[in-house]
Design a protein around this ligand. Structure first.
Ligand code: HEM
Length: 192
């Protein structure tokens, strides 16, 4: 009994260590970018910054400082980062979906996916370093016949959401200005 148990324990112990080692190495290689996001040069793997479960690598300390300064100044950080955007988009769609003037647009839409895409789009538009990977705004709203009135209703729900979440008025104004830049694409009209 003892002869079998000991090697078995040794085997489990060794495989646990080996497995743990493999996972962390893989995770590290997944999360660290190869090119500096500021200058596009090869990175120094020791020059990194951890943000929202992602490790960003830079070619030098100056680039890391620029990245962290830009991030701190971004509207994304100023309104409260991921937690704030998640809460805002969820509340925003609750308002949109209870509004008969516009909820018919979303009748056959996978709303779980929509929440996730919108979080990603707004985050990136406000300065999150995580790129938006969805459709561009013109393609996403093509053939929907969204009118300017519809756009204003939707934008109004976003504004009301930010007010309800007690985002400072000057920040709300800046966020709404960013959203307004999507108007031509969403309506399918020419750039004004
Ligand atoms: C206010 C500015 C707006 C922004 C920033 C915005 C953003 C987005 C984003 C990120 C998506 C997902 C794209 C993808 O699938 O990859 C999307 C899809 C969609 N948007 Fe908008 N949108 C805006 C206005 C509107 C308006 C005014 C309407 C209609 C009244 C609308 C209706 C829809 C619908 C129905 C979809 C789902 C398309 C589909 O999956 O078939 N959006 N929008």
């Amino acid at each position: 009994m003892k002869k079998i148990t000991l090697p078995l324990i040794a085997f489990i112990f060794a495989s646990t260590i080996a497995f743990a080692g493999t996972v962390s190495a893989e995770e590290a290689s997944k999360t660290v970018n190869e090119k500096c996001p500021i200058k596009g040069k090869d990175v120094n793997p020791k020059c990194t910054y951890d943000f929202e479960d992602q490790t960003y690598a830079f070619c030098c300390g100056d680039c890391r400082t620029k990245f962290t300064d830009d991030l701190a100044e971004s509207l994304y950080s100023q309104i409260g980062g991921k937690a704030a955007i998640d809460a805002a988009v969820d509340l925003f769609y609750t308002k949109v979906m209870s509004d008969k003037r516009v909820n018919h647009f979303f009748e056959n839409v996978n709303m779980k996916r929509q929440h996730s895409k919108q979080k990603s789009f707004i985050s990136a538009a406000l300065g999150s370093p995580v790129p938006y990977k969805g459709k561009d705004m013109r393609a996403a709203h093509a053939n929907m016949d969204v009118t300017e009135a519809d756009f204003n209703v939707i934008a109004g729900h976003l504004q009301a959401t930010l007010e309800e979440l007690k985002v400072k008025p000057d920040l709300i104004e800046k966020v709404m200005a960013v959203i307004a830049t999507t108007k031509d694409a969403v309506l399918g009209t020419k750039k004004s």
